[in-house]
Design a protein around this ligand. Structure first.
Ligand code: PLP
Ligand code: COI
Length: 354
């Protein structure tokens, strides 16, 4: 595993583990003891290091601060009942990492370095992987431009880093969401498919507006006519319509989610009819009115599988039937969870053992 990547490890002398309350883990606020750091310079990745989690110092002219040349990934490690630690499908994130890098004019990182750097960090901080149900270690690899230069051009130097956070559930309850028909997250020819920081920065204002109206999240629609469904906040979105699992097909405005792919794989394996295609707002509203749309849910690493209870559109609220244990999304969440925690066979070889 990690031994084939030459990593200099400097361990902390003051672990925060004893003072960390694992019964209260708000998402993304508590960081484990160490972080991974590497530099890109003169056309190559170097200086692979694991160091104590802490602040770094940079030039205020650093390119990523001014022009957003930065992107990230998100994945999770789980502790299984026999103490084994697994990371869920890290090679999928490695592939997407490089798709984001290419679109942002940033250097590729080999899948081996990506996965092995994660493995080394998680291995060192393995005691930070929570063992409570629905808890995990969230892993945040990211890359950013570091040239101290204010001209608008791709940076020549970069940093690749990984942070990890013990986390519980991201969403506490089924969501009340709004189909967004004014703002958009991404446009044709843009970079919505990349996990670039700017996609999230631009989503904050519409999300705040929706919050003021009493919604938890927005369902993004296409940037041209707001006629087609795209994503749900920072997750992909799926519907069950007339017993068919329907989800927007991926395109340059949509992030190709690992959870999305996993849920579609499970559905196809179970013989559930699946349609990946453009999904119009009109058909969702008609389906809700006619009672044919029986489930709506978000799928993502942080979100796992999160039910939507209420959908708002043009001033109307549409309520979905109360979730039951035997509906598709509940079954998909249960099997995914069981596979990750080693309580069900890892049929598709999704768990990468640390
Ligand atoms: N869409 C967006 C915009 C996201 O930020 C995420 C979260 O990573 C997803 C979809 C779901 O992707 P994944 O399942 O790979 O986490
Ligand atoms: C993820 O699910 O990994 C995300 O990126 C969601 C969010 C925390 C940005």
């Amino acid at each position: 595993m990690a031994d084939t990547l030459d990593i200099k490890i400097s361990k902390t002398t003051t672990s925060k583990l004893p003072e960390t309350d694992f019964s209260n883990l708000p998402f993304g606020k508590i960081f484990s003891d160490h972080m991974f750091v590497a530099d890109y310079d003169n056309g190559e990745w170097k200086n692979f290091e694991i160091v104590p989690y802490g602040n770094l110092s940079f030039s205020p002219a650093m390119a990523s601060l001014h022009y957003g040349q930065t992107f990230f990934e998100g994945l999770k490690a789980f502790k299984q009942k026999d103490g084994k630690i697994v990371v869920f499908r890290p090679y999928k994130n490695a592939q997407r990492f490089n798709l984001s890098a290419a679109r942002m004019c940033m250097p590729a990182l080999s899948e081996e370095i990506f996965v092995k750097s994660i493995a080394a960090l998680v291995d060192l901080d393995r005691n930070w992987v929570p063992d409570a149900a629905n808890h995990s270690l969230y892993i945040r690899p990211f890359m950013f431009a570091t040239d101290p230069y204010l001209g608008v051009q791709p940076s020549k130097s970069y940093k690749y880093m990984i942070l990890t956070c013990p986390v519980g559930a991201y969403f506490a309850k089924p969501l009340k969401v709004k189909i967004e028909n004014k703002y958009s997250r991404a446009s044709e020819g843009g970079f919505g498919f990349a996990k670039a920081g700017g996609n999230y920065g631009g989503s904050l204002f519409p999300a705040q507006e929706a919050l003021k109206e009493g919604f938890d999240q927005v369902i993004w629609t296409d940037g041209k006519d707001h006629a087609f469904i795209e994503e749900l906040g920072a997750a992909n979105v799926m519907f069950v319509i007339d017993g068919t699992l329907v989800t927007p097909s991926t395109r340059d405005t949509i992030l190709n989610g690992v959870t999305r792919d996993s849920v579609l794989t499970l559905a196809r394996n179970w013989g559930v009819p699946v349609e990946e295609r453009r999904v119009s707002v009109a058909e969702v509203i008609e389906g809700l009115k006619a009672g044919k749309l029986t489930e709506a849910f978000g799928v993502g690493t942080a979100a796992t599988v999160t039910s939507i209870a209420t959908i708002g559109y043009e001033g109307e609220l549409y309520h979905l039937p109360e979730a039951t244990a035997d509906q598709f999304s509940s079954k998909a969440l249960k099997i995914l969870t069981d596979m990750r925690y080693g309580l069900a066979p890892d049929e598709f070889d999704w768990n990468y053992v640390i």
